[in-house]
Design a protein around this ligand. Structure first.
Ligand code: ATP
Length: 133
């Protein structure tokens, strides 16, 4: 089976670097599954999981938006933040989720709803990805 080199990098440094058979994630336009030999592509990403399949197992990485660049033998994901499932602090994510939910439920005039919604999405994504470690 052919493979793809996948790198996930953030402003804090590299988070993932490996050969995989398939990478799938959520682009702004919908689910994307990339196999070796895919046509070149650049796509903005949603807050979501990147799933990396090496033929025997699937690893999950939580990303909070960014860009995916596809070349026939290489995929680069530039993300604002990225955590491998085993590096997620679940207590921190649960706390962030509670905080965002109470901001969204409270009727305070000064609540930045968009910001709270994004914080909730990031927390829920981390909680979901953590389940796959
Ligand atoms: P919090 O409110 O807990 O800070 P957040 O969604 O606002 O969550 P971000 O701004 O997305 O946090 O991330 C800031 C930094 O903290 C990034 O380096 C990110 O990888 C890391 N990070 C955030 N939440 C977690 C977590 N639950 N486990 C591990 N790393 C995390």
């Amino acid at each position: 089976m052919k493979t793809l080199q996948v790198s996930i990098v953030t402003p804090d440094g590299p988070v993932y670097d490996s050969e995989v058979e398939m990478v799938s994630t959520k682009a702004e336009s919908g689910e994307l599954g990339i196999l070796p030999g895919h046509i070149p592509l650049v796509a903005p990403l949603q807050i979501g999981a990147v799933r990396l399949n090496n033929g025997t197992e699937t690893e999950y990485v939580a990303v909070s938006g960014g860009f995916l660049e596809v070349r026939p033998e290489k995929v680069t994901i530039l993300a604002q933040t990225a955590e491998r499932a085993e590096n997620i602090d679940i207590a921190r994510a649960e706390e962030a989720k509670k905080r965002a939910e109470s901001r969204l439920q409270g009727n305070q005039d000064d609540t930045d709803f968009r910001r709270a919604e994004l914080a909730l999405k990031r927390a829920m994504n981390r909680i979901d990805v953590y389940k796959h470690h």
